[in-house]
Design a protein around this ligand. Sequence first.
Ligand SMILES: O=C(O)CCC(=O)C(=O)O
Ligand SMILES: [Fe+2]
Length: 253
Amino acid sequence: MEASVTDPLASLKTHEVSSTQLAEARERLATYGFAKLSFIVPEELKAAVAKEVLELVGGAGVRRDLRFAATGNTLRRMRNVRRDEVVRHSTVIPAVYSSETLLALLSEVAGEAVLPCPYEPEQYVITRLEKVGDTHGWHWDDYAFALVWIIECPEVEHGGFVQCVPGTKWNKENPEIHRALLAGPTYSASFVPGDLYLMRTDTTLHRVYPITGGVRTIINMGYAATTDLERRISHETMDALWADSAPAAPQIR
Ligand SMILES: O=C(O)CCC(=O)C(=O)O
Ligand SMILES: [Fe+2]
């Protein structure tokens, strides 16, 4: 490595975050089920992650066009790059994912320990919405937390914003999405490239509004709560979602 190239991980260690910002984010996460956390990492690190994501999603990934009974047959229409492929071709993303500095900050916001996901395929996944109608439909995640890095995003007129209903629970046998939607207010939030947000994904029903233009690219880093390590978690929707090939479309490499 050239001397002039700074280590993006080192920039995270020296990055300053105020206790007020963390306290406000904690409050928002508890109230709305998600909190914007764009301040939590330095711009340099965002740029390094974005570079790896864009390189990966340009040359790899699988188109999905699926519906899952376990989430009331909501639609997943997108391109994904799975964790094992990310690991093979990138260095910054795996290091950021398990950075003790980042985990400590996230734990501060969550008000409890935020831990690396024990099930490796759900640690991180790149998702790109790129065609009209592409969407990550209503669902919950298997693990407690997701840190989403927004790399590319269309203007709100073209959709691609996030919606969520906090304080809802996933019954995989009987998801009753409509009842969950009616259980409380739905919050909507738009993001721009460079934004990050943390969501309490096991108790917050969420989706990405279908796009009508542009491209939306994110990397989702999934994290566990202590209670996740104590209970048995099944992974059928995520296993099917991130499977090697999609039934409706050929694998593109
Ligand atoms: O794209 C997003 O903002 C959310 C992604 C998501 O919900 C997921 O990957 O499970
Ligand atoms: Fe999700």
